[in-house]
Design a protein around this ligand. Structure first.
Ligand SMILES: Cc1cc2nc3c(=O)[nH]c(=O)nc-3n(C[C@H](O)[C@H](O)[C@H](O)COP(=O)(O)OP(=O)(O)OC[C@H]3O[C@@H](n4cnc5c(N)ncnc54)[C@H](O)[C@@H]3O)c2cc1C
Length: 386
């Protein structure tokens, strides 16, 4: 058993870390305060090849593995949570469905521009009435026999990269199954599709520089060849997409938690009360010890899930466990970082309050903690736990 990262993984980690520290960290606060999407930085990540890390080179990606991707999302989120979710949503959710189900033509036309960083991707699954219960999708797609186009009506909510992406993958009901359930299919929707528009953009607790918004479909027409995968396979596809996406949300949680620890250690060493560094009080020192220990445990789970995926092994359970644990660790650790900083942690002079606001999302997106527990319990018990 070798728990060391390979030299290639270490090099990627170091390169991303150095790039972010030099080029990105100085502009984080101004973007967050202005709620400004970092278009220029996203473009630069694309030119560095970091918008298609786990995607095959022939499809425009960097051809690296899932572990490399997890390390990248961790490092990006350590510097900037908003940028972490932008990259994770683009890669896992925007590109992922095309990797899994795209035809050769669809990969050339849609995946290649995304994986090479020319076009940003987004994924529309959630709807106002269908969140954890994504099977409750109300958006419909109807085949118009006259011209063979799919006509999409309805709306999606809380979609990352809304208004910024050039290509969206969306799910819609295309009928009813024999069992009476919704037949769900997936579609490729370019941003300029007639009848498609962006609705309201959310004002959020955190991740202020990322865009989260509504996708609106009012008779939006896409050609027959924009059906992604087989008709009716959209539900199965998104379960698979979310399995992979959970690794990246776990990595994002990990990056935010690490950032909180990185900020807390020097603070505990330098801040003095009662004539000594606060880190010399056991109450503070033990918080630091717990933070570090939980982060290492979370990292082990996230990297293991990525490793299992790279081995071609079953990774669904490991990904749900990693996402559940890492996101809850991230919330605890970022909260503890504020405690270590006292009043200075509660105000915006220090970044730790941002880490806590950003970390909360990781307990919600791509399946809440409760949904992760359901996924894990169902796999272990082989019962329909509700
Ligand atoms: C910033 C942000 C970005 C997002 N990006 C995307 C995106 O790019 N694409 C996309 O499709 N979606 C996205 N989402 C949506 C996200 O995936 C959903 O918010 C999430 O799945 C939860 O759905 P909901 O908000 O409708 O909550 P609900 O499903 O209404 O859940 C509310 C509460 O009920 C609990 N609950 C629900 N069902 C059960 C159950 N069976 N057992 C126990 N507890 C249950 C939940 O855990 C939660 O605590 C994003 C959300 C946010 C906030």
């Amino acid at each position: 058993m070798d728990l060391d990262l390979s030299p290639e993984h270490v090099l990627l980690q170091r390169t991303i870390r150095d790039f972010l520290a030099a080029e990105v960290a100085p502009v984080v606060e101004e973007h967050e305060r202005a709620h400004r999407f970092p278009s220029d930085i996203v473009r630069r990540l694309g030119t560095m090849g970091w918008l298609g890390i786990p995607i095959a080179e022939e499809d425009g990606g960097a051809g690296l593995d899932t572990l490399a991707y997890a390390i990248a999302v961790e490092e990006i989120s350590r510097a900037w949570g908003s940028l972490g979710i932008i990259v994770a949503a683009h890669t896992s959710l925007g590109c992922g469905p095309l990797v899994i189900a795209g035809t050769a033509e669809q990969k050339v036309r849609w995946l290649r521009p995304m994986a090479s960083g020319e076009v940003l991707g987004g994924y529309g699954l959630t709807e106002p009435g269908a969140g954890s219960d994504a099977g409750g999708t109300r958006t419909t797609a109807r085949l118009d026999e006259a011209d063979g186009c799919w006509v999409i009506d309805g709306g999606k909510r809380f979609i990352t990269n809304a208004g910024q992406a050039g290509t969206y993958i969306v799910t819609a009901r295309t009928g009813t199954t024999d069992k009476g359930d919704a037949e769900i299919s997936a579609f490729i929707v370019p941003a300029e599709t007639p009848g498609f528009s962006i609705g309201r953009l959310e004002d959020k607790l955190g991740l202020h520089a990322s865009a989260t918004g509504e996708l609106l479909f009012d008779g939006a027409r896409v050609p027959a060849e924009n059906l992604l995968g087989e008709r009716g396979q959209g539900f199965r596809m998104f379960l698979k997409i979310l399995d992979g996406g959970r690794i990246s949300i776990g990595a994002m949680a990990l990056g935010l938690a690490q950032a909180a620890l990185d900020a807390s250690v020097p603070y505990a060493r330098s801040r003095e009360q009662f004539g000594r560094p606060i880190g010399s009080f056991q109450g503070v020192a033990f918080m630091i010890a717990d933070m570090a220990t939980e982060i290492e445990a979370a990292r082990s789970l996230v990297y293991r899930a990525a490793w299992l995926k790279d081995q071609g092994r079953d990774y669904g359970l490991a990904a749900a466990e990693a996402k559940l644990f890492a996101s809850e660790v991230s919330s605890r650790v970022t909260n503890a970082a504020i405690q270590v900083h006292g009043g200075y942690g509660y105000v915006t002079d220090y970044p730790v309050e941002r880490f806590m606001r950003d970390a909360k999302l990781t307990e919600i997106g791509e399946g809440t903690s409760q949904v992760q527990r359901l996924v894990i319990a169902r796999k272990l018990l082989d019962l329909r736990v509700v």
